[in-house]
Design a protein around this ligand. Structure first.
Ligand code: NI
Length: 265
């Protein structure tokens, strides 16, 4: 098995530990005879040089991935890039990072202290995005981060792990499109993120996306165990560009709303 296939298996296992709903959805679809294809895997980080987007991207670049689109989310102080592999059977990798300088000195100080415990050689480690949460934090610190940024709080609580996997709806045979898939998931009791509408994007914008609301899991903080939102499952249907090829990028406006799938409710 090659390095990437192995890495994706480990990322999937790590993700399912935080998102048991994803396993239930995966199984429901597999039982219908579907073969699941991943559209993309999303990773999160901070723009601190030792752990930033480029650092998380490096192992993927050395395994043959190439940089594709870049995106800005000014309302959330995030920027992101996506990476593609020449072998299209490998999923896109979507990496976002929080722009720390846009936040209060308190938040910056908290994050800097957390990152002191981050692994030394993230850039040289193919498994950097599986480092988990190398630091300790209190629930009070988590709540303080959340006042300024849900994203910062999520990173604080979970660290370096996949935030979500995304099913390529085009590869499903028993659903005509994303609407039917979303209806099926709702009939089976899953909650869909309705921020910006259940289906984000349109045929005209060449990408439609939906996601579950994040699972809630028990997380151990230094001052006790609390149940908080973890990871969600996303669904993407791609539409053809004028030249007939499927659109391969992302829409910042849609992704902006999908980030909210991990917000505390
Ligand atoms: Ni996504």
């Amino acid at each position: 098995m090659n390095n990437l296939t192995k890495l994706f298996q480990l990322l999937w296992g790590d993700y399912l530990a935080l998102n048991p709903d994803a396993k239930r959805i995966f199984d429901l679809l597999t039982e219908r005879g579907e073969q699941i294809v991943n559209d993309h895997i999303a990773l999160r980080t901070f723009n601190e040089p030792r752990v930033d987007l480029q650092v998380l991207a490096k192992p993927f670049l050395s395994e043959g991935y190439e940089q594709a689109g870049s995106y800005q989310f000014p309302g959330k102080h995030l920027d992101a890039r996506h990476f593609e592999h020449p072998d299209s059977s490998f999923p896109r990798i979507f990496i976002s990072q929080l722009q720390l300088e846009a936040f209060s000195p308190e938040l910056q100080k908290t994050v800097t202290e957390l990152l002191e415990d981050a692994p030394e050689d993230m850039a040289g480690n193919l498994h950097a995005s599986l480092s988990g949460r190398p630091w300790n934090l209190s629930f009070e610190t988590y709540e303080n981060l959340r006042k300024e940024s849900e994203y910062a709080a999520w990173m604080g609580a979970f660290g370096f792990r996949p935030n979500h996997f995304t099913i390529l709806v085009n590869s499903l045979n028993t659903f005509p499109g994303i609407r039917e898939l979303v209806e099926f998931l709702k009939e089976n009791g899953f909650e869909i993120n309705a921020s910006g509408g259940e289906i984000k994007g349109s045929t005209e914008s060449m990408l439609e996306q939906a996601s579950t609301l994040a699972n809630r899991v028990a997380v151990t903080f230094s001052d006790g165990v609390e149940t908080i939102p973890s990871c969600y499952y996303e669904f993407a249907q791609r539409h053809p560009m004028p030249n007939g090829e499927l659109f391969s990028g992302f829409l910042a406006q849609s992704a902006d709303k999908i980030f909210e799938s991990t917000d505390k409710r």
